[in-house]
Design a protein around this ligand. Structure first.
Ligand code: PRT
Ligand code: ZN
Length: 286
């Protein structure tokens, strides 16, 4: 019996590179999907299937794959019997409503009776219903942004990341329908061996993700401000403090959150810290 866990990831598109690199950061070695449907990892019981993103939820539900990496936008539209295990922090975008610049838009009520082009008809119709707006939804599978200029629709509901596609098509974003990012999904009730492999994989993913959100910091501090500096750098348990050969100075090692990073550095400098080194962390195990 095949005891591997099967994961479906996007073959070629916006999620491919990040999905592959995330698995690699988890220490899993495999050939990428260039021209291939499937690859077997060399050092972890995982088979990787390279598929179109839209097909991934169905493949997971139908047991062709056990788990997958796919955008939450697709999961929300498809509503398959699969579970979200973990959001992965890449492929971030939003599904948004946009109107031509000439459209006078004050509130969502202005979309009542209008034609809206989208590839996400279910999410959009739920959203409109929640706001008690009735509009005509026109489902198209690609190039949604050109629909208003060719007279196919009055407004669009499409994925946006930088906003430049909307801008260059003369459209203005007016409502956020949903926020999305890539997520790890799984079929419910996996067999015990597959569940065990999934647990190992999520343990590694959690360590990689935690590491990405933190930095390792080393600095020299004058002993007179050591107490204050330690307060700014709580670390995982508490910072490591070691005396330097030069009297009156200590070396402090700690972990800081990527988010507060620059602010923390500035405060540390104000307190007299010197020789500050900041390093990336590969894995962080709680
Ligand atoms: O071939 P396959 O079916 O696998 O790929 P695809 O072409 O359907 O999907 P792909 O690779 O474009 O997107 C895969 C997933 O990436 C989506 O399901 C989202 O979860 C996520 N994602 C993140 C995005 C974007 N950002 C994004 N900006 N998906 C699409 N876009 C498109 C959007 O539709 C619009 O055309 O990019 C354009 C807008 O980008 P900005 O930067 O100009 O705003
Ligand atoms: Zn697709």
């Amino acid at each position: 019996m095949n005891q591997n866990l099967k994961i479906a990831i996007q073959k070629s598109g916006r999620l491919s590179e990040d999905s592959i690199s995330l698995l690699r950061k988890c220490g899993i070695r495999f050939d990428n999907g260039f021209g291939k449907l499937k690859s077997v990892a060399r050092n972890f019981p995982l088979e990787i299937f390279f598929l179109r993103d839209d097909d991934i939820p169905q493949y997971v539900e139908d047991k062709v794959a056990d788990i997958g990496i796919v955008g939450e936008n697709i999961l929300a539209e498809e509503k398959r019997a699969i579970e979200i295990i973990k959001s992965l922090g890449f492929g971030k975008c939003r599904l948004a409503l946009a109107v031509p610049k000439s459209f006078t838009y004050d509130s969502i009520k202005d979309l009542g009776g209008k034609k809206i082009a989208t590839s996400y008809p279910k999410i959009l119709s739920d959203f409109l219903a929640r706001h008690s707006v009735t509009a005509e939804i026109h489902t198209i599978s690609g190039s949604v942004e050109i629909a208003p200029s060719i007279g196919l629709a009055d407004a669009v509901c499409d994925l946006v990341s930088s906003g430049s596609t909307l801008f260059s098509n003369g459209l203005r974003e007016v409502e956020t329908v949903m926020q999305s990012e890539a997520a790890l999904v799984a079929r419910p009730n996996l067999d015990a061996p597959q569940q065990l492999i999934l647990d190992k994989l999520t343990f590694r993913l959690t360590a990689v993700k935690a590491a990405e959100q933190n930095k390792y910091i080393l600095l020299n501090a004058p002993d007179r401000s050591l107490e204050e500096i330690i307060k700014i750098l709580p670390g995982i348990k508490s910072p490591t403090v070691m005396p330097l050969a030069e009297k009156g100075w200590s070396s402090v090692h700690s972990v800081i959150a990527e988010n507060d990073f620059w602010e923390v550095i500035e405060t540390l400098k104000d307190k007299g810290a010197e020789g500050i080194l900041v390093l990336s962390i590969d894995q962080m195990i709680g």
